[in-house]
Design a protein around this ligand. Structure first.
Ligand code: GLN
Length: 576
């Protein structure tokens, strides 16, 4: 039977509870234990798919197409195992299924209440996730004291009664604030937060203290005394330069030993060497490059969490530090791109900032700066080439202009029928076939891949031939449906965009091939900027491949003014 470790948070939100939980998972995995993770989100939304990233950060997509909390990304990156739909539950899902059961008559005669009906449903989810594993780490979202998280905490409390004393452990992540005026670290908020947890009936076994200054033995003893835990159970979590250092910091303080002892598990051989080597490499990378992320949520780093991580992994693989520069071309101006070595346009919804992103893509194409477009990034790269290379000035996605004369990006007929917004996009993992001699094939070094999707719109196949004639080739395809998944502009050193989200599959130990290749191209670009300018003949080399070899057979349409334009009602994704 699996052991349960509950991770709660105190004092403030954004303490990095997810990273603490993932680091703990990593440490237990290093002990050759079979570990899985579960994130409980106390909000009423069924999933975060319809939420604004300003409220929630990135929506992480699992292989089975669930739109989940970004902590699942940390779990996958730290544990290097795929998470699934069952690894993230929300209060909305719990209520939805309890109410559905009530309607079916499953509880005939009963008054449906938070305790026991909601808590039982939560506990069932805990037990389902735990099946087949040695340990399940369950992170409860929110901060202790919030009304919303109470049913989850109550279910966590009951688990000790259900499963037994040695089967369940509670770990509380809290903040030890530093007061500049008195030059002191303060433990009082932690004491209060632990008391709050006790009121609910949970005695924490281990306290993880987030702190910007070292705690020292005296403060550790004080926290131990007031919170009623042994001193070894007070673990310090200082700010670190790289999140991947956290498991090593915990290990140094014996967190894994503590857990094994408290859960009465036999200690297994430890294997953290590879992880240590990776962290060492992260720390020692000296030279750095700058990559612009031309997005919309430039002030909220969490909105592009997996992209940031994928770039860091790619930097690691190339032995270089990647600096990310968030650029909103519309408000900051195109000159912001003059100092970067690569331009990335991430996914997104809604028409805000679209023209700025198109300008950034045009800049990348014309100045031959390596360009990576992700999802919306690929759709906009297509619009850019249609407008500025094919001369279809009005080309657009019907997401932004439903009446455009050139709907170069459009909904498939099945998407046009969809009215409900929740979980109705093309979601999850789909196969993609790569064309030989493409940049993509070179990067992946195989012809068949699987990548995760989250979008509604697709390349309009009617324009495919015209785009390919201009050198913008479909080099990756979902052949079953004839959908363009990867596009490359061949009159450019590295211009590649994808309809999927490769960032979700990048791991520190297995950097994503496209990110790795993109960063390598950015390094080449940086070095070329340092070299003396070659003469004109050299600069005007023929394109790197003849696109006739890569071109696919397609029915050509005329792109004249007479071309049929689809009249589709405005559909904009409300949020996300
Ligand atoms: N808004 C676009 C679509 O729905 C792109 C989505 C994305 O970038 N994830 O197709």
């Amino acid at each position: 039977m699996a052991k349960y470790i509950f991770v709660t948070g105190g004092v403030v939100s954004s303490l990095g509870k997810g990273i603490s939980a993932a680091s703990l998972g990593r440490l237990l995995e290093a002990r050759t234990l079979k570990v899985t993770m579960l994130k409980c989100d106390p909000y009423i939304n069924v999933d975060p798919g319809t939420m604004n990233p300003y409220q929630h950060g990135e929506v992480y997509v699992t292989v089975d197409g669930a739109e989940t909390d970004l902590d699942l990304g940390h779990y996958e990156r730290f544990l290097d195992v795929d998470m699934h739909r069952i690894n993230n539950i929300t209060a909305g899902q719990i209520y939805e299924s309890v109410i559905a059961k009530e309607r079916q008559g499953e509880f005939l005669g009963a008054t449906i209440q938070v305790i026991p009906h909601i808590t039982d449903e939560i506990k069932n989810r805990f037990k389902t996730v735990a099946k087949g594993f040695d340990v399940v780490v369950i992170e409860i979202g929110g901060t202790v004291g919030d009304i919303e998280s109470l049913p989850f905490l109550e279910a966590a409390r009951q688990m000790k009664l259900d499963a037994g004393r040695d089967e369940v452990l509670y770990l509380h992540v809290t903040l030890i604030p530093y007061l500049k005026s008195s030059d002191e670290l303060k433990t009082k908020p932690t004491q209060h937060s632990v008391n709050k947890l006790r009121e609910i009936g949970i005695d924490p076994d281990i306290i993880i203290c987030r702190t910007e200054k070292p705690l020292g033995t005296e403060l550790k003893s004080k926290i131990a005394l007031f919170c009623s835990v042994p001193r070894e159970a007070v673990i310090e979590a200082p700010d670190v330069a790289h999140i991947y250092e956290v498991p090593l910091l915990f290990e140094k303080q014996g967190l894994d030993e503590q857990i094994l002892m408290l859960l009465r598990m036999r200690s297994q051989r430890k294997n953290l060497e590879e992880w240590q080597k990776m962290v060492e490499q992260l720390k020692t990378a000296k030279e750095d490059i700058s990559i612009a992320i031309a997005g919309k949520y430039t002030k909220l780093k969490d909105a592009y969490k997996s992209i940031e991580e994928a770039l860091a992994h790619a930097g690691l693989a190339n032995g270089i530090k990647v600096r990310m520069k968030y650029v909103d071309v519309e408000s900051q101006g195109i000159e912001e791109l003059d100092t970067v070595h690569g331009i990335l346009v991430p996914g997104g919804f809604g028409d805000r900032g679209i023209e700025g992103k198109i300008k950034a893509i045009q800049y990348a194409r014309e100045k031959k700066v390596p360009f990576l477009g992700l999802c919306l990034g690929m759709q906009l790269a297509t619009v850019e080439i249609a407008r500025n290379v094919l001369g279809l000035k009005e080309a657009n996605s019907t997401e932004f202009n439903p009446d455009t004369k050139h709907p170069i990006i459009d909904l498939l007929p099945e998407q046009k029928k969809i009215k409900e917004k929740g979980a109705t996009m093309r979601l999850g993992s789909f196969p993609c076939h790569l064309k030989k001699e493409s940049l993509a094939y070179k990067a992946y070094n195989q012809s068949s891949i699987h990548e995760r999707h989250r979008h509604r719109y697709e390349l309009n196949s009617k324009y495919r031939d015209a785009l390919e004639d201009a050198g913008f080739l479909v080099t990756g395809e979902y052949t079953e449906k004839g959908l363009a998944e990867i596009m490359e502009f061949i009159h450019h050193p590295w211009h590649l965009s994808v309809q999927f989200h490769p960032e979700f599959q990048s791991r520190p130990n297995r950097p994503h091939p496209l990110f790795k290749s993109f960063v390598a191209a950015a390094i080449r670009h940086m070095r070329s900027l340092l070299e003396p300018k070659p003469d004109r003949q050299e600069r005007e080399k023929p394109p790197r491949q003849t696109h006739s070899r890569l071109k696919t057979e397609h029915t050509t349409i005329k792109l004249g003014a007479s071309q049929l334009s689809l009249n589709i009602p405005a559909i904009t994704e409300g949020q996300a």
